[in-house]
Design a protein around this ligand. Sequence first.
Ligand SMILES: [Zn+2]
Length: 204
Amino acid sequence: MGIYAVEGRLLVKRDDGKIHWVTINGKHIPIGMSRSEAKVRTTLRKLEDKIRSKKVEHGYIVGVNGKVLWKGSGKSNFVGIENAIERNLLKGNIFTHNHPRGMSLSGHDVNNMINHRMRFVRAVSKSFDYEIHPPKSFDYSEKSINEFWNLYWDIREEEEDKLLGLIIAGKTSAEKADAEIDHLVWERMSNEFDMRYRRKSRNE
Ligand SMILES: [Zn+2]
């Protein structure tokens, strides 16, 4: 990573040769991002680094201005957000939480995102950050929502069959397959529905 200053602004150039952010008044602002988006990203990063190694799930709802609107904790594979739903805190906002077992976003996570029209949802672990956005120009009609979940279950079944084949052939373990299934499904779903989905390694 190379660092150099131009006219009082600190530009950071990574190994890929691209400039990734400028620093203004001590704040890192990624290139191509508005200030509010940069604020959201900074808040998410701070919160997520606190929870990514925890053994039970912790969740936060963050507003588009970067303000933390709600926090809660649950069990090793669950954090309940009913309380936030009752208070109507989900619409247009961001939900982030940790997945202690390192998996990608669950069907339940994405169901919440769509039902409550959230901006995007993230799950983090020691090794990965996962992020998913609702499909672009999604009309949220019952028909579209049904199409979405019908395809989800078809793709899931196909991917489970493939993984089962790999387990039987001794090419992967049940544990690895279990950790990978959600990721494989969202990768395919994101192509089908033009939705942003990514898995980022913490080492990147
Ligand atoms: Zn989750």
